[in-house]
Design a protein around this ligand. Structure first.
Ligand SMILES: Cc1cc2nc3c(=O)[nH]c(=O)nc-3n(C[C@H](O)[C@H](O)[C@H](O)COP(=O)(O)OP(=O)(O)OC[C@H]3O[C@@H](n4cnc5c(N)ncnc54)[C@H](O)[C@@H]3O)c2cc1C
Length: 506
């Protein structure tokens, strides 16, 4: 059976696209490699930006200005303008479908200041904003009768004889079967690639850049892959995020001497570099929110307190929180035009896997949740329009194509889990907050060398059903492709720009 719009990924971008494609009259199918309600969007804490002016003077123009400044000249002003102008409507829509935003005393949606913003602009649901948004979107999809298939892993996209994307080849994780799903249009909403940094990342383990690697393999263009945002405040030992809202509400950054050393609410690239410099001087770095008081922390930042207790064994009401910057958000991704269409006919993209040129070289906190709503809608509407006008052409794939995904035993001389961890640490050091040409080249050489040894790696578990070892090996291969792309792009950019910061030669 052919669906009009096949959506790969059930995070915020995928579910917003699904609702809008359905509303535009298309039949819709969503597939995801995990459970939809566990998609990384549920981890977002701090908020979603919209210039509502509920907590202080603000304007759409100020939102545009802040976004462009943070992007360091690499954003498209037209796209930024569209996103910021649509922001109040996006939040109004989320509110109308039941997202339980925190409220001010006069029942307006509450707003807080995040880094790089000139006003309190991030609308939040305590520090569970992404969770509330994702679960509300999921409820909405269920009540609209949208079919969502869990535990289906995207292997490849399929093109028809005219070169248009017309479906996807998928591994059913539960049965181990390979299945083809045919559609008139496909939307990729598979999230980012921060997990190339392995444990040096705040991201969910699913953020391995699969959709981006798959799109590139069939010829889609990627852009700005070198731009990876490092979040200043992850817990030191687990890389679990302590949201920017903690600084937005008045938290300080301190070194081991108890001194503040930077403007805590500067854009993330600047704060991360300031912390990195202190760490290189031998300092330990802490986030201090003790002065906010227990009542305020329990009411406004309950998740941060729980995370710090659980993963760092400290209580931020009484203790300093040990932190370090880690990879958090990937600005690069699949090139899309102003209709969310990729360079391949029939293929659309939205969310963190796409590059709508709204973040440029450094994303502002709160703009990603906004992006997934504004451009998720755009992708859904335009993919539906394209699908309903497209001819119903045959989408044929030979069975023999499936053979390359058959499990083979015996190729297990090098443990790919160890290699993945090694790459994560190598990238954190060499393709991290401050970069040097020689270290970038060293990282590229290593990736090329590892790729040449891929035939010596493989899976040890040959079972078909729920073979997580096999899925992780497939993800590892995508990681290798993304890593090569990131470091090659970084090598091409000599000058510092936002999150891509080249060490100054003395
Ligand atoms: C800890 C944390 C806090 C954050 N806080 C904020 C915040 O406060 N404000 C803000 O604006 N942004 C925040 N962000 C960023 C924001 O949450 C993400 O950029 C955004 O949610 C990405 O949404 P998405 O729909 O593009 O992708 P995701 O939510 O990552 O969803 C991707 C989907 O694709 C599926 N998928 C991936 N690969 C495959 C495959 N091979 N086959 C099938 N399915 C696949 C996944 O299963 C998932 O369903 C935060 C991020 C993190 C990690």
């Amino acid at each position: 059976m052919q669906t009009d719009v096949l959506i790969i990924g059930a995070g915020g971008a995928g579910l917003v696209a699904a609702l809008n494609a359905k509303e535009s009259g298309a039949s819709v199918l969503v597939i995801t490699k995990e459970y939809p309600t566990r998609s990384q969007t549920c981890m977002a804490q701090g908020g979603i930006n919209a210039a509502l002016g509920n907590a202080g003077k603000d304007s759409v123009e100020a939102h545009i200005k802040n976004t462009l400044k943070s992007a360091h000249g690499l954003a498209n002003e037209e796209a930024v303008r569209l996103m910021c102008c649509e922001a109040p409507n996006a939040v109004k829509w989320l509110d109308s479908i039941g997202v339980c935003f925190s409220r001010t005393k006069d029942a307006k949606i509450a707003q807080r200041t995040l880094g790089g913003a000139s006003a309190p602009r991030a609308c939040y649901a305590q520090d569970y904003t992404g969770l509330k948004i994702l679960h509300t979107l999921y409820d909405r999809c269920m009540s609209e009768g949208i079919e969502i298939l869990s535990e289906k892993y995207l292997l490849e996209l399929i093109k028809n004889e005219d070169g248009c994307v017309c479906g996807a080849k998928v591994l059913d994780i539960r049965s181990g079967e390979i299945q083809n799903y045919e559609s008139r249009a496909v939307i990729l909403a598979t999230g980012g690639y921060s997990r190339i940094y392995d444990k040096n990342s705040t991201n969910s383990t699913a953020s391995t850049g699969d959709g981006i690697a798959v799109a590139a393999r069939i010829g889609a263009s990627l852009v700005d892959m070198e731009f990876v945002q490092f979040h200043p405040t992850a817990l030191k030992n687990s890389s679990i995020l302590i949201s920017e809202s903690a600084r937005g509400e008045g938290g300080y950054l301190l070194n081991s001497k108890g001194e503040r050393f930077t403007n805590e609410l500067a854009p993330r690239d600047e704060v991360s570099r300031a912390i990195n410099e202190e760490i290189l001087k031998g300092e330990d770095i802490f986030l201090d929110i003790r002065h906010l008081g227990e009542e305020f922390i329990e009411e406004g930042l309950p998740q941060e307190r729980k995370l710090a207790k659980l993963y760092e064994n400290i209580d931020p009401v009484h203790d300093l929180i040990p932190i370090r910057p880690v990879a958090h958000y990937t600005m690069g991704g699949i090139e899309v035009d102003k209709n969310s269409a990729t360079t391949l006919k029939g293929l659309f993209a939205a969310g963190e896997c796409a590059n709508h040129r709204v973040h440029g070289a450094n994303r502002l906190g709160g703009n990603s949740l906004l992006e997934i709503v504004v451009f998720g809608k755009q992708a859904g509407v335009n993919a539906a329009k394209y699908a309903l006008g497209a001819e119903n052409t045959e989408c044929f794939q030979a069975e023999s194509e499936n053979e390359k995904y058959q499990l083979e035993s015996g190729k297990n001389e090098i443990d790919f889990y160890e290699v993945r961890e090694h790459i994560g640490n190598l990238f954190y050091k060499n393709v991290g907050i401050v970069r040097k040409k020689s270290e970038l080249q060293e990282a590229l050489n290593e990736i090329i060398d590892i790729k040449s040894k891929l035939h010596l790696m493989g899976v040890s578990d040959n079972s078909k059903v729920y073979n997580s070892n096999f899925i992780e090996f497939l993800e590892f291969q995508n990681i290798l492709e993304i890593c090569e792309n990131v470091v090659s792009s970084a090598l091409k950019r000599d000058e510092s720009c936002g999150a891509h910061y080249m060490e100054k030669l003395s």
